[in-house]
Design a protein around this ligand. Structure first.
Ligand SMILES: Cc1cc2nc3c(=O)[nH]c(=O)nc-3n(C[C@H](O)[C@H](O)[C@H](O)COP(=O)(O)O)c2cc1C
Length: 323
């Protein structure tokens, strides 16, 4: 399945494993790349939790496989030295999401590394174009984890039309709610040249996801997720107000998801309780991070089998129509 993405990034399949904080370690990223797609190691909060030693250790787990590295942009701005560490590891690409990529662009270009920007609004698309992104990921609100308000189905073709006019050389990827060959085929029809998957790879054998979370996820429907801005302020994580967080519902979200303003005024109010709950593994308080596509996740396969089955299903659908 050749697209401009597979050509430009030197991979066989137009599929990317998202750099999911605490989930995509070197082992998962490498398994995805070994299967012919592109794995991105999560640099996550860029050293505010794990630092250079953790990043280097995860790269060793990748055993020399060609992988990229992703950071949460607003967190990288607080620990910019982590960009130098990542670039020194010769990543296949540098993926930035959730913040202005422009301050980091010249360093990434100077290192001759491809910049990939995940975006949630048309204003973000402009920033990514100005940053000289080789690829832009249009992320819909169906996505697991942090994101914005736009839905994948209309957002991806709007970005495709915009890029065709403004930056025709920029490759477009789609993210948010894509978990099987139907999603891949649909994304290609919308004008994307590949897909970025989080939730589907989250449940694979190589992911760092705690088994109790995977068990919850496998039993859940997309109905069991909620997108809210309440959780981060309560637990004392300073996310910019434009981003919300999609997670599986639990007691904490039942109590707080609809009380965003109050949560924002109570910054850090539950930080201690949340840390204790994390130590106990209490999933009634600690959120299980997954997107609406969790309703399509029913097993714990290898990352390679996810890639293979997605590609063969999409090829079959695109060759014969949905019938
Ligand atoms: C558990 C989890 C953690 C995530 N962490 C990050 C992250 O650290 N940085 C990032 O750019 N995106 C992160 N994302 C979002 C992904 O980049 C991607 O947009 C999303 O997973 C795509 O939607 P899907 O979950 O429906 O596949 C995360 C997603 C999940 C499910």
């Amino acid at each position: 399945m050749k697209t401009r993405f597979t050509e430009a990034f030197g991979v066989r399949h137009p599929i990317v494993c998202a750099p999911m904080a605490y989930i995509t370690g070197g082992k998962l990223a490498a398994a995805v790349s070994r299967a012919g797609a592109l794995g991105l190691l999560a640099g996550g909060y860029a050293g505010t939790v794990g630092g250079e030693p953790e990043l280097r250790a995860e790269v060793l787990h990748a055993e020399g496989e060609r992988i990229g590295v992703g950071f949460i942009t607003w967190a990288l701005a607080k620990a910019p030295e982590m960009l130098d560490v990542a670039l020194s590891l010769s990543p296949a690409c540098l993926f930035l999401s959730f913040g202005d990529p422009r301050p980091f662009a010249s360093k990434i270009h100077a290192a001759n590394v491809k910049l990939v920007c995940q975006v949630q609004t048309m204003a973000h698309v402009e920033q990514a174009i100005e940053a000289g992104a080789a690829a832009i990921v249009a992320q819909g609100s169906e996505a697991g984890g942090h994101g914005g308000a736009r839905s994948t189905l209309p957002f991806v073709p709007e970005v495709a039309d915009h890029l065709a006019r403004r930056a025709p050389g920029t490759v477009l990827l789609a993210a948010g709610g894509i978990a099987d060959g139907r999603g891949l085929a649909a994304a290609l029809m919308l004008g994307a040249e590949g897909v970025v998957l989080g939730t589907r790879f989250w449940s694979t054998l190589e992911a760092l996801t705690p088994p109790a979370m995977v068990e919850r996820g496998i039993g859940a429907s997309g109905d069991d997720t909620v997108r809210t801005k309440a959780i981060d302020p309560l637990r004392g994580v300073p996310w910019p107000a434009e981003f919300s967080f999609r997670v599986l519902t639990n007691e904490l979200t039942d109590q707080w998801a609809a009380r965003e303003e109050e949560a924002m005024r109570s910054f850090g109010a539950l930080a201690g309780d949340y840390a204790d709950a994390r130590n106990r593994g209490d999933l009634s308080i600690v959120v299980t991070v997954a997107g609406e596509a969790i309703g399509l996740v029913r097993d714990r396969p290898t990352a390679a089998s996810v890639v293979e089955s997605m590609v063969s299903e999409a090829e079959r659908l695109l060759a014969g129509g949905s019938a």
